[in-house]
Design a protein. Structure first.
Length: 223
């Protein structure tokens, strides 16, 4: 029995759920962080909250990415996460993309938050790639779970000229890669999502979207 299985057994997690995603390999990459050179201090956008305090995009993304990782692992998925001490998912985004591909990830989640005062969750993918279906299921699930706070959940194709292309453009065409931007940190109406409990639920919601995508992909492969 592996470590993950022992954890699930000890916690009483139902076996059927503990093996739900047993064949899935996901790379969960908190971007902005762990870059090198002129980007070494990058933390993404800095948001001002209603009480005047500030929060960095990467700090909030780290929290929801951690919840996403835990949710996936409890269901049997293998998850590759940032570990700069070992040089894992660190440095240039292109290096991280290649590393996830070599590791055998079927899905790659580049974790961000949005800025610009919008009202929607968006999951972006490179146009013409297989990331479109994963982006659709992730956006649908977040929209379903946060309907009061997030409207018009969407998936969106981007091209090489888009500013976000650097995050996922080099990934293998056999890996479903998306940029996760589940809310706008500078929209006061959505800033309650910065609460730890809400970021945890957000990560779990994205996890359910990934699971929905994976299970439908598995069914389609044997149809």
């Amino acid at each position: 029995m592996g470590y993950g299985s022992r954890q699930n057994a000890a916690s009483g997690f139902p076996k059927i759920l503990a093996t739900r995603l047993s064949q899935l390999r996901v790379a969960v990459d908190v971007q902005h962080l762990y870059r090198t050179g002129r980007h070494a201090k990058d933390h993404g956008s800095i948001y001002t909250l209603k009480d005047g305090t500030h929060i960095a995009e990467a700090d909030a993304a780290t929290l929801y990415a951690g919840a996403l990782t835990a949710w996936l692992r409890r269901r049997g998925a293998l998850v590759l996460t940032n570990d700069p001490s070992r040089g894992i998912l660190s440095g240039p985004y292109s290096t991280r993309n290649s590393e996830a591909d070599v590791w055998g990830a079927q899905a790659y989640i580049a974790c961000h938050l949005n800025a610009g005062g919008g009202t929607y969750a968006v999951f972006e993918y490179m146009g013409g790639t297989i990331g479109s279906t994963l982006a659709m299921w992730a956006s649908r699930q977040v929209q379903h779970d946060f309907s009061v706070l997030i409207s018009l959940g969407r998936s969106m194709a981007i091209d090489p000229a888009h500013r976000g292309a650097v995050c996922i453009e080099p990934v293998s065409r056999t890996m479903s890669a998306v940029i996760s931007e589940p809310f706008f940190g500078d929209n006061p109406a959505q800033q309650e999502l910065f609460a730890l409990a809400k970021l945890t639920l957000l990560g779990e919601s994205i996890g359910e979207g990934i699971a929905q995508w994976w299970e439908r992909r598995a069914v389609a492969s044997v149809a």
